[in-house]
Design a protein around this ligand. Structure first.
Ligand SMILES: O=C(O)CCC(=O)C(=O)O
Length: 205
């Protein structure tokens, strides 16, 4: 993997610690990874319960990690699948670039502009209060949005995440900000996101 070391640039936002590397992976490597992961990851479309009804999530997902990295969000429990070699290699380079440890990765595949991720913060107890979450983008440009949580007066913030880019959220970011990956009416190719996380039992915050 030729990605590291790279320097992550800080993105100033009050109450957050955000860092960004637009060219974490070379374009050709990002394209090859998108093709390989789309074909080899065990994608699922899981259902979430809303207002007493079940709805399919508007994206495909998968969870890989160390055996202890069990995770629950939106009422869905995840048992980690064993690391694919490509994911293990990426974890090592993301750890080196972000100076943090990760024992799992959540993959989200937004197949077209109708797929999305709603507003939320990654504030589940098993992530700890100040989690480092490293988000690698592959495929079509991904518009990533942040908005302040109650108590923080600030305008919403948006950033375009190109293929091969790496965004790190850490420190108190999840306490003060929510994030989302909205639908788009623009014709758009697949957008793939990998978020590397550390899930308890022993969260290294
Ligand atoms: O696709 C994205 O960047 C959003 C991912 C996300 O919010 C999450 O996995 O919690």
């Amino acid at each position: 993997m030729s990605a590291s070391p790279v320097s992550l640039q800080p993105l100033p936002l009050p109450g957050a610690e955000l860092f960004f590397a637009p060219n974490f992976l070379p374009a050709a490597e990002a394209t090859a990874l998108l093709t390989a992961l789309t074909a080899t990851v065990a994608w699922e479309q899981r259902a979430i319960r809303l207002f007493g009804q079940k709805f399919p999530q508007p994206r495909l997902t998968a969870w890989y990690g160390d055996p202890e990295a069990r995770y629950t969000y939106s009422g869905l429990a995840w048992e980690p699948r064993p690391w694919l070699p490509a994911l293990a290699e990426l974890r090592a380079s993301v750890e080196a670039a972000t100076a943090a440890r990760y024992n799992s990765v959540l993959l989200n595949l937004y197949r077209d502009g109708r797929d999305s991720m709603g507003w939320h913060a990654d504030d589940e107890p098993e992530l700890g209060p100040t989690p480092a979450i490293a988000s690698l983008s592959l495929g079509a440009m991904r518009r990533f949005r942040l908005r302040p949580r109650a108590g923080l007066l600030h305008a919403p913030f948006g950033i375009d995440l190109p293929t091969g880019s790496l965004l790190l959220m850490r420190g108190p970011t999840q306490q003060h900000w929510q994030h989302a990956l909205p639908k788009t009416a623009r014709p758009v190719g697949p957008r793939l996101n990998l978020t590397f996380r550390w899930v308890s039992p022993a969260a290294p915050n």
